[in-house]
Design a protein around this ligand. Structure first.
Ligand code: AGP
Length: 613
């Protein structure tokens, strides 16, 4: 889950590459590097943040100012420590061939042994350097870079997006991919290669997505496409659906805070075109299953990772509650390595913000082979996962830059409400009045979130009080168990505090042993069927001197004596409460991380999409 860029044209290339890498920094920030054709190939690398590379480039501005072709890389280290030697780009021994790579070469050890036998000497511990030597070997035979890449990639196993150039071919840039995202931006007399849209959107809105095993050859005035079997491929040019402004912080200090504030409009966006009026059934044309299929459905399997898995857990609760269909939810990384049971009568739902998460893609491919109907809920309708879908529900949250998912989570939740209502209306498994009331309340949720955002300073104060704790527990029951897990994940991933979400009823079976005055316990105490139960779990925690925070829509006076802090949220029915309850938890995590001076948008060791297993 690195980011790669490439450029061939007439403009000075260094800034185009570094600006492109900045827009891809959410994919990894262990090291970065670029290579430019001056026309001699010159390689520049730096450990750590992109800024280090930019400072290094300033010192070499003279030797690169005339370069109009180059490639670049931003790294999330998998093979080889995040050092300058292991940073990309990597070259062959003569230094004339240079590559950047996103993905993992699974058979690199075997290839390395063969290449060392042929006299190649390796500088780094990376899997990627193997590919540089492999392509150079083929180029020595063919003197044709496209052909060399084609032959070399036939010997590679694993996932890769590659961009390659050779010093002897100053007017050629080649790129290819398999199981990793890659697109080409088409300009006027120039081409941009990138792992994702943000790196090219300010230059052009015309682009071509590469499919697996396709190889594109670019010159300053031409583009050609073949596949790994040397067949000419049709080039499908698309218009990118975003504006460059989507990539600005709009005056917020961090993308995460901006994206939290975008949630009311994101929800309005997801609901628009789906709920016209509450008396009409939900319109969900994206579901390509007939009413008969839905009526005969005997099981749903949902697969996802991280925050998307939490949305899936809430989805399970909603679908079982409204549609009485058994729903299993599982982490993709577990699902793919066991004898999972899905068949043609199982609806398999994949949930993913990026649509590029490798484990979920593998799980979807496994289920597709078994004949299941594949429904994908994703924020990236242009992603590899979306291309596997029989039914595709785009959650339309807009580009999410901050590594910590917020608006995409809420958009996934809303999509599950729409799906559950849609299926319940077709199956007649919930009362018309209940569904009408649910829709009526759903469309006013955005205002309630605006109320929470308007009072965010109360949450900032609470965050300050709790920012020095090393551990944190979230407890909840029922549909908000997913919310407690999501709240804990947000705090973990951006503040590095050891936060855990628990089913409140599980406390007594072990976790309660950890409670004392050093352990804050946040109880998600929303009015409804489990309110009293959670209250008694909170009292048990108080009895062990834990610091207690309540997140609640209750006006119950006695809460003031039990809880040290109360985060009050607008009233909402229990079934809709996860959408409301998660927002203060996002803000709490944000402000605690901000107080601790953490890099909120680019937390250590993380990346926005995990494109390797
Ligand atoms: C969430 O904040 C994290 N970025 C991470 O857990 C993420 O949800 C997970 O990697 C799944 O990503 P996806 O939704 O793009 O598949």
């Amino acid at each position: 889950m690195c980011g790669i860029v490439g450029y061939i044209g007439s403009k000075s290339v260094v800034e185009i590459l570094t600006e492109g890498l900045r827009k891809l920094e959410y994919r990894g920030y262990d090291s970065s590097g670029i290579a430019v054709a001056t026309p001699e190939i010159k390689v520049y690398k730096a450990q750590g943040k992109l800024q280090n590379l930019e400072e290094w480039m300033m010192q070499h501005a003279d030797e690169t100012k005339n370069a109009t072709k180059g490639i670049g890389h931003i790294r999330w280290a998998t093979h080889g420590a995040p050092t300058t030697v292991n940073a990309h780009p990597h070259t062959c021994n003569c230094g004339k061939l240079v590559i950047v790579h996103n993905g993992i070469i699974e058979n690199f050890k075997e290839l390395r042994v063969e290449l060392e036998k042929k006299g190649c000497t390796f500088q780094s511990q990376t899997d990627t350097e193997t590919v540089a030597h492999l392509i150079a070997q083929e180029f020595a035979k063919t003197k044709d870079l496209t052909e060399a890449v084609r032959i070399a990639t036939q010997q590679i196993q694993g996932a890769y997006a590659l961009c390659i150039m050779h010093q002897d071919l100053p007017d050629v840039l080649v790129a290819t991919k398999r199981n990793a995202p890659l697109l080409v931006g088409i300009g006027d007399g120039e081409y941009f290669v990138a792992s994702d849209i943000p790196a090219i959107i300010e230059h052009t809105k015309r682009a071509m997505y590469l499919n697996d095993n396709e190889i594109v050859t670019l010159t300053r005035d031409s583009m050609s496409l073949i596949d790994i079997d040397n067949n000419k491929k049709e080039m499908k040019i698309e218009t990118l659906p975003w504006e460059p402004v989507a990539l600005s912080k709009m005056g917020f200090k961090h993308f995460m805070l901006k994206e939290i504030h975008e949630q009311p409009d994101v929800i309005r966006n997801v609901l628009s075109g789906k709920i016209y009026n509450v008396d009409e059934p939900v319109s969900l044309k994206e579901v390509k299953l007939t009413d008969a299929d839905l009526k005969n459905l005997n099981r749903i399997q949902i697969i996802a990772c991280g925050t998307s898995l939490h949305a899936a857990m809430a989805g399970k609760y909603l679908i079982e509650d409204m549609c009485s269909i058994p729903v299993d939810v599982e982490a993709s990384s577990e699902f793919i390595y066991r004898k999972n049971v899905t068949d043609a009568n199982t609806l398999v739902i994949g949930v993913s913000q990026s649509g590029e998460t490798a484990d979920t893609i593998t799980a979807i491919k496994q289920s597709k082979e078994k004949g299941s109907h594949i429904l994908i809920i994703t924020n990236r309708p242009d992603s590899a996962m979306a291309r596997l879908a029989d039914s595709l529900i785009p959650v339309s949250a807009g580009i999410e830059v901050s590594v910590a998912a917020t608006k995409s989570y809420v958009a996934q939740l809303i999509s599950f409400y729409l799906l559950a209502i849609y299926m319940a209306e077709i199956k007649g498994t919930a009362s018309v009045e209940f569904l009408k009331e649910l829709k009526r309340e759903l469309v006013i949720i955005p205002q309630k979130i605006e109320q929470i955002l308007a009072h965010k300073d109360d949450i900032r104060k609470c965050a300050k009080e709790y920012s020095s704790y090393k551990n944190f527990i979230y407890i909840a029951r029922g549909i908000n168990l997913a919310t407690s897990l999501e709240g804990a994940l947000k705090l973990k991933e951006i503040s590095y505090i050891n936060a855990t979400g628990y089913a409140a009823g599980e406390l007594k079976h072990g976790p309660i042993a950890m409670l004392d005055e050093t352990m804050p316990v946040l109880a998600i105490l929303m009015k409804g069927s489990v309110y009293e139960k959670i209250l008694s779990n909170a009292e048990e925690s108080k009895a062990r001197n834990a610091k207690l925070i309540a997140l609640t829509n209750s006006d119950d006076e006695k809460l003031n004596s039990l809880f040290d802090n109360i985060i009050k949220v607008p009233d909402v029915s229990e079934i809709l409460s996860p959408i409301i309850a998660v927002v203060p938890l996002q803000l709490l995590a944000y402000y605690i991380a901000e107080y601790l001076g953490k890099d909120v948008d680019q937390p250590r060791n993380l990346a926005k999409s995990v494109t390797v297993e």
